[in-house]
Design a protein around this ligand. Structure first.
Ligand code: BT5
Length: 275
């Protein structure tokens, strides 16, 4: 029954195959297993519920059954990098751009389909009315030779049951239905996000991609604290005014004296600060 609903929504999309599960450890984990069996580009893994939904750095992603959209896409992309750029910094930039691809696709979908005004909390959170509504987890797989295979995992809170309580999250959370004040069909949302993702992917290396990404950043012009998660604590590593992004997608901050700082580390969190 659910399968038929999903198939109907995905009809005609250029996917490399679809695996749907009522319950799974994590759609990213399943994508990773599929990659070991030669998953094609645009292979899609979808789950109604995850028992070990993953955030970054070993953090957890919560979503009770039937409340959220949880999926991962396998992207085999040769456009982002060439072999001679295999440095750690370039890898982080690649992962950041893939994260942005997911973020832009989600933002566009929320804007065009639901007339909402999402913002991106750099690098990987989608906010609606200041609350986290979606999170993106990019994992990169190496199979010896370049290019890397990317797993783009996206979790979107749809119904209010998907919103974790304040005590369990580090940042306030919300969901699409609460922001909209109306019911949302998860699989219609999935189709729109995939359509937007396919369209944005064509522009991944164009300046317009970074410009649009920058235009959707939360806290632009505001002072922010930047934290690094060491695994045991959040360490405040930087404070500055959030200017935007440079052409690589690095976060641009300006300090009191007007000096600029560029951040590439993908494990940062931002908090608006009062001054
Ligand atoms: C993320 O990590 O935001 C990435 C989340 C990616 C989830 C998708 S679901 C499909 C795919 N398969 C997976 O296994 N994962 C991906 P991070 O920035 O580290 O944020 C994690 C933090 O967000 C947690 O430590 C909580 O504080 C908070 N959180 C957990 N579940 C949440 C939810 N449903 N809504 C809002 N915040 C949540």
């Amino acid at each position: 029954m659910i399968d038929a609903q999903i198939s109907q929504q995905l009809a005609g999309l250029p996917l490399g195959g679809v695996r749907f599960f009522d319950e799974l450890d994590s759609t990213n984990n399943e994508a990773s297993r599929w990659i070991r069996q030669e998953a094609p580009d645009m292979a899609l893994v979808l789950a109604d519920h995850q028992t070990e939904g993953k955030g970054r750095l070993g953090r957890k992603w919560f979503a009770p059954p039937e409340t959220a959209l949880l999926f991962s896409l396998v992207l085999r992309d040769e456009t982002v990098q060439s072999t001679d750029q295999k440095t750690e910094e370039n890898l982080i930039i690649t992962a950041m751009r893939m994260t942005a691809l997911g973020a832009l696709a989600v933002c566009d979908s929320l804007e065009t389909q639901y007339r909402l005004y999402p913002q991106i909390k750099w690098p990987n959170d989608i906010l609606l009315n200041g609350g986290k509504t979606a999170g993106i987890l990019v994992e990169t797989h190496w199979q010896g030779n370049y290019p890397p295979v990317v797993i783009l995992g996206i979790g979107i809170n749809i119904a209010s049951g998907s919103v974790p309580s304040d005590e369990t999250v580090r940042f306030p959370a919300t969901c699409l239905e609460d922001a909209l004040g109306a019911p949302v069909d998860r699989f219609v949302c999935l189709r729109v996000v995939l359509e937007n993702l396919i369209a944005w992917r064509q522009t991944l290396v164009e300046p317009a991609f970074v410009k649009t990404w920058e235009s959707k950043l939360a806290y632009r012009g505001e002072w922010v604290d930047v934290f690094e998660d060491t695994g045991t604590e959040m360490v405040n590593i930087q404070q500055g005014r959030l200017i935007g992004l440079d052409n690589l997608g690095r976060l641009r901050l300006q300090d009191d004296r007007g000096s600029e700082m560029f951040l590439i580390n993908g494990e940062l969190s931002l908090r608006a600060v009062q001054r």
